[in-house]
Design a protein around this ligand. Structure first.
Ligand SMILES: *[C@@H]1O[C@H](CO)[C@@H](O)[C@H](O)[C@H]1NC(C)=O
Ligand SMILES: *[C@@H]1O[C@H](CO)[C@@H](O)[C@H](O)[C@H]1NC(C)=O
Ligand SMILES: *[C@@H]1O[C@H](CO)[C@@H](O)[C@H](O)[C@H]1NC(C)=O
Ligand SMILES: *[C@@H]1O[C@H](CO)[C@@H](O)[C@H](O)[C@H]1NC(C)=O
Length: 494
């Protein structure tokens, strides 16, 4: 039932989004949203709990900050505040404990506070959205008190917000008075409905902290709405697997899920992809030796073609807690592929192949495998979206669970697609070629593979000296070559 409510709410919300005046100009916001002075009465609608160990927490009273030392707050350590999102059932979600535990266990010298705004979040979605400013104000108020009473600098604060919590963290940053900004805000799949397309003052934006990063994991659009926000809202915006669909979440089976499990299936699918942002962040803490690298790209289509594995001038960055905090004037959209399970890291390889003197139009299906000093890749099927003709270079993205090491050998096989074979056989039947029967040929020019994680590019040359011709259903082996010859290649795409 609650899931049905979720669906209805989202739909309703979207239709209302034009009409509801949750917006308000910046001037209005600063007038009404000003954090009251200390001597004015202030009632916090939000509970803040200092996370200690296991399930142990200690409630902080933003008005009575003498609770801080007795709770075990250590003023010399950074402060991380976790803020949850909209609540369908009014219950605390399990990821909060996982994230708080991962932060405390791996960072140790850190204060972790969990924001509890469940009563305001367990409402119709548009109401919960309106409450986000109130909660943002409460957080700003807490930080203000910490600064005034404990000289605790706000730049040592890192807000981590999930879904609506991401925008709450943004509002906290904008409600804060004084020149000093919050150190960092991380938005984990910031909510989309009623925030998409809004002005920077009405959502999470790069202005809200010294450094803002966001991970977008469920921006799949259905009936004109997406649960997570699609637009860039941070200095670095990460779009794992394109940001709309996450492997292991079976979004493509959403309708089958509903038929099989009822709306529970829908909830699981939504929760899986939306919450993946949280688990990617947790992964960055728990698997420090397996940090996922993401690359700047115009869109996921270009990324899938392997065009974007470049790290020059901060074009790549690490996803999660250990991100390189380079201040940016503009948002950067970064892409990466992940595994369906933790550890999520994948290694990215950009494969470039040049075909020369291709006379007839062909639709090849290639299988390639790479052999490196550490691992073998196994076979990767590559299907071309366009026909091959003339002298042209094609690029693809190949991902691997494990680091292959230095690439030594590449095997290429031109598969014989059944469909094409049938056509070929038919042609042969109709037109008897006789002894002058011509087999289709594919001539390969330069081949290279770039490893995103190391930025190394490896060139390959034919092993046999029978040219670089590839025939249908035959393995062709190429070995690493460091000759200067291949360097004359065009260097258009990095
Ligand atoms: C606070 O944390 C620091 C480490 O960052 C530690 O050296 C110090 O003893 C802690 N203070 C208290 C009161 O626990
Ligand atoms: C590719 O070439 C074949 C003929 O070999 C043609 O039937 C097909 O329409 C072409 N496809 C594209 C996408 O151009
Ligand atoms: C891959 O390379 C290793 C040595 O690096 C070698 O032992 C192995 O046989 C190679 N595999 C293939 C399929 O050629
Ligand atoms: C392809 O390039 C070769 C030289 O590398 C040239 O001789 C040939 O005419 C070109 N073919 C086409 C179809 O452009």
């Amino acid at each position: 039932m609650s899931v049905f409510k979720l669906l209805c709410c989202l739909l309703l919300t979207y239709q209302l989004s034009e009409g509801i005046k949750t917006k308000g100009s910046r001037a209005v916001v600063t007038e009404q949203g000003r954090v009251p002075l200390v001597n004015q009465p202030y009632v916090s609608s939000t509970a803040f709990r200092l996370f200690l160990e296991g399930e142990d927490t200690c409630t902080l009273d933003p008005l009575q900050l003498h609770t801080l030392p007795s709770c075990g707050f250590n003023g010399s350590n950074p402060l991380i505040i976790i803020t949850h999102g909209w609540s369908v059932d009014g219950k605390r979600e399990s990821w909060i404990l996982s994230l708080a535990t991962a932060l405390k266990k791996t960072l140790i010298d850190v204060n972790v506070v969990v924001t509890d705004w469940l009563s305001l979040a367990h409402q119709h979605y548009p109401t919960a959205v309106q409450n986000t400013r109130t909660v943002g104000k409460d957080i700003a108020r807490l930080l203000q008190s910490l600064k005034e009473q404990y000289q605790y600098p706000v730049r040592k604060v890192h807000l981590i917000g999930y879904s609506l919590g991401a925008h709450i963290s943004g509002f906290a940053g904008s409600f804060l008075q004084g020149p000093e900004k919050i150190g960092r805000i991380t938005g984990l799949d910031p909510a989309g409905p009623l925030f998409e397309g809004m002005s920077p003052t009405d959502r999470l934006s790069p202005d809200d902290a010294e450094f803002v990063d966001a991970i977008h994991t469920f921006t799949h659009e259905r009936m004109g709405l997406s649960v997570g926000i699609k637009q860039a809202v941070a200095h670095y915006d990460f779009y794992p697997n394109g940001g709309d669909f996450q492997p292991g979440c079976n979004l493509h089976n959403i309708y089958e899920h509903i038929t099989e499990y009822g709306l529970f299936g829908f909830e699981q699918t939504v929760k899986c992809a939306h919450e993946r942002s949280v688990h990617l962040f947790i992964d960055s803490l728990l698997n420090k030796d397996k940090q996922s690298m993401a690359y700047r790209c115009g869109d996921s289509k270009a990324f899938d073609k392997g065009l974007c594995l470049d790290c020059r001038r901060n074009r790549c960055n690490t996803l999660g807690y250990y991100i390189k905090k380079v201040p940016m004037s503009r948002s950067k959209m970064l892409f990466l592929k992940t595994r369906p399970r933790m550890p999520y890291k994948l290694h990215h390889y950009q494969f470039r192949i040049q075909f020369i003197n291709q006379m007839e139009q062909i639709e090849p299906f290639l299988t390639i495998s790479l052999n490196g000093t550490k691992e073998e890749s196994g076979n990767h099927g590559i299907s071309f979206t366009e026909n091959i003709s003339g002298n042209k270079t094609y690029t693809f993205l190949i991902t691997q669970d494990r680091d292959l090491g230095d690439l030594m050998m590449l095997k290429l096989r031109w598969e014989d697609p059944a469909l094409w074979k049938n056509v070929w056989n038919k042609v042969q039947t109709i037109i008897p070629w006789g002894s002058r029967r011509r087999k289709p040929r594919l001539t390969v020019g330069k081949i290279s593979v770039k490893t995103g994680e190391t930025q190394a590019r490896t060139y390959f040359c034919a092993m046999m000296n029978d040219g670089q011709e590839v025939e249908v259903s035959q393995d062709k082996v190429f070995v690493r070559c460091d000759e200067d010859k291949p360097r004359q290649r065009r260097r258009k795409h990095n």
